[in-house]
Design a protein around this ligand. Structure first.
Ligand code: ZN
Length: 192
């Protein structure tokens, strides 16, 4: 398994419609293994092949329940609508509010070449929709409202809390914000 480079917004591969996979040749298995390693290393909770520069219909997702490795995934039905916060490894440092279906049924091929159906709700459903969008050249920023810098937001929140407590001096507040940046704590939560 190798860690691959994650391409960023502006790279044309992220805007291409990815190609369907007809046969699971060893090269595809290698791609999937590398994508899993790259996602966990980032860290992220989902990754689509175009994000590592490969325009093929493959996604990997792990929101903490189990790892999904899906080939030619397709949403076959969906219901409900809700808005939630999303980010993307290809759009670092930003988050936005995106309206997505609450529940989806995804049909896909697994790595053994068998067709499977997954019923997903909540965060997993959102993640599938985000990743499958990547395969059609769509980024969450195309659909999002209130796109904002995640670190600026954290900094503002932290500073307002700290300034309310007059015991903490301005200088030490800045130092704490800096430490928070370095720890990069929200990344894993948001980035897909
Ligand atoms: Zn993404």
């Amino acid at each position: 398994m190798a860690i691959r480079e994650i391409v960023l917004i502006g790279n044309p591969v992220l805007r291409k419609k990815a190609k369907k996979i007809d046969r699971i040749i060893p090269l595809i298995k290698q791609l999937i293994d590398d994508m899993v390693a790259t996602m966990y290393k980032a860290p992220g909770i989902g990754l689509a092949a175009p994000q590592v520069g490969v325009s093929k219909r493959v996604i990997v997702v792990d929101v903490g329940e189990r790892l999904y490795k899906l080939i030619n995934p397709k949403i076959v039905s969906s219901e409900g609508l809700e808005t939630g916060t999303e980010g993307c490894l290809s759009v670092p440092g930003k988050v936005g509010e995106v309206e997505r279906a609450t529940n989806v049924v995804v049909k896909a091929m697994n790595t053994d070449g068998r067709y499977i159906k997954i019923e997903a709700g909540g965060f997993l459903a959102k993640c599938f929709q985000h990743e499958i969008d990547h395969l059609d050249g769509i980024l969450y920023v195309d659909k999002a409202t209130d796109i904002r810098d995640v670190f600026e937001e954290m900094e503002e929140e932290l500073e307002s809390v700290m300034y309310e407590d007059e015991i903490i001096e301005e200088e030490s507040a800045h130092r704490m914000v800096k430490t928070f940046h370095e720890q990069d704590q929200t990344k894993a939560i948001f980035e897909l």
